[in-house]
Design a protein around this ligand. Structure first.
Ligand SMILES: [Zn+2]
Length: 359
């Protein structure tokens, strides 16, 4: 089972593409059968999961971080989607969140009364979907409504040190390539940061997880295999969180309290459960955009131009197969040096928010 999620699988790009198209075709045909008149959006949504979102610059701390500019794993995550030969044992995929009330043909050429009734039904779930979409709160509205557990920054001045603080955060690790380099830079500069780890990579690289914890950094939950939470059912979301919590607890001795949703996206029912479990959602208000693999000076500028007291900065400590995060590592030295000159104190997210980082 573990091998199915192994990063080695991700290298099989040809098969991966084949699997992607197969699944897209399946989702498309399912979508048609559901709506009768054809609704390609589901299938398109599915393929969007595998493609980078259009770049969105997050510059204003007051603006809600929009999802997704910031995640290189978008191309390579969801291994179950990428598996060359999907099997029934694979974990749920976003396509499974399609409305369950699917009218199905009974195979008869002469429709029965029951099948006629079923054919009349698609309008109801479609209408319900539209009503639900209209009621759905935006991410900014959700953040306002659940401000006590949904954070994107800390206070402008530490109530304890009275200094201006900044929290550097690194998503998508751990890997054996970039995460150790990031750790080296942080160690050399005596900076503590926060790493949001995926369960699948924590399983694959336990020694790096232990190093992160051993060197005093905070650790958060970044899902098991980086799905878009808003496409998951509540139980699928809970499974992503619980599975990763269990893995991390076995490695570092505690369940992280912080959750960073992949792409920053989360739905209201998921937030309600999150709150009931005493977790905290932590997004960011400064996006380094390092997932685009820009030169170090660009990353440095993105961070320095937008960091203010209380900022939570998004960077990555691991990426996709062909992703070059050397710019992240190189920029980190310059960022730390300049922010130190500017009087910033580097803290972990739990320190910045003055909360416990463990459950
Ligand atoms: Zn991520």
């Amino acid at each position: 089972m573990r091998m199915r999620y192994g990063w080695a699988q991700y290298g099989k790009r040809t098969k991966l593409l084949g699997g992607r198209w197969l699944l897209a075709a399946l989702a498309l045909s399912l979508s048609f059968s559901l709506s009768g008149c054809g609704n390609p959006h589901r299938a398109l949504d599915l393929s969007n999961d595998l493609m980078p979102a259009p770049p969105i610059t997050m510059t204003d701390p007051q603006v809600e971080p929009t999802a997704h500019s910031s995640h290189p794993m978008i191309q390579l995550e969801l291994p179950e989607l990428s598996a060359p030969v999907p099997t029934p044992s694979l974990p749920p995929i976003p396509a499974l969140s399609l409305p369950p009330a699917a009218p199905k043909s009974n195979g008869s050429t002469q429709p029965t009364a029951a099948s006629k009734d079923k054919k009349k039904k698609p309008a109801i779930p479609v209408q319900r979907q539209q009503q639900e979409a209209a009621r759905k709160l935006t991410l900014a509205q959700l953040r306002a409504k659940y401000a006590d557990i949904f954070k994107v920054n800390g206070p402008a001045q530490s109530p304890i040190s009275h200094k201006k603080q900044v929290a550097l955060t690194f998503d998508d690790g751990p890997d054996m390539t970039y995460t150790p380099q990031v750790l080296d830079v942080l160690k050399a500069n005596h900076v503590k940061a926060t790493f949001f780890l995926t369960g699948v990579r924590a399983e694959a690289n336990p020694s790096v997880v232990k190093r992160i914890a051993g060197e005093g950094h905070a650790i958060g939950n970044h899902s098991y295999n980086h799905p878009l939470f808003t496409k998951l059912s509540l139980s699928e979301y809970q499974h992503q969180i619980d599975r990763t919590s269990t893995i991390l607890k076995s490695q570092i001795g505690y369940m992280p309290r912080l959750i960073r949703p992949p792409y920053g996206e989360i739905s209201e029912d998921q937030l309600i459960w999150t709150k009931s479990q005493q977790y905290l959602i932590v997004n960011w208000n400064v996006d380094s955009e390092d997932w685009k693999s820009p030169a170090a000076d660009k990353i440095t500028a993105m961070i320095l131009n937008h960091t203010r007291a209380g900022s939570i900065v998004l960077q990555h400590s691991a990426g996709g197969e062909k992703q070059d995060l050397s710019g992240t590592v190189a920029a980190l030295r310059a960022v730390i040096q300049q922010l130190k000159k500017d009087g910033y104190e580097f803290v972990t997210v739990p320190q910045l928010l003055n909360v416990a980082g463990q459950l």
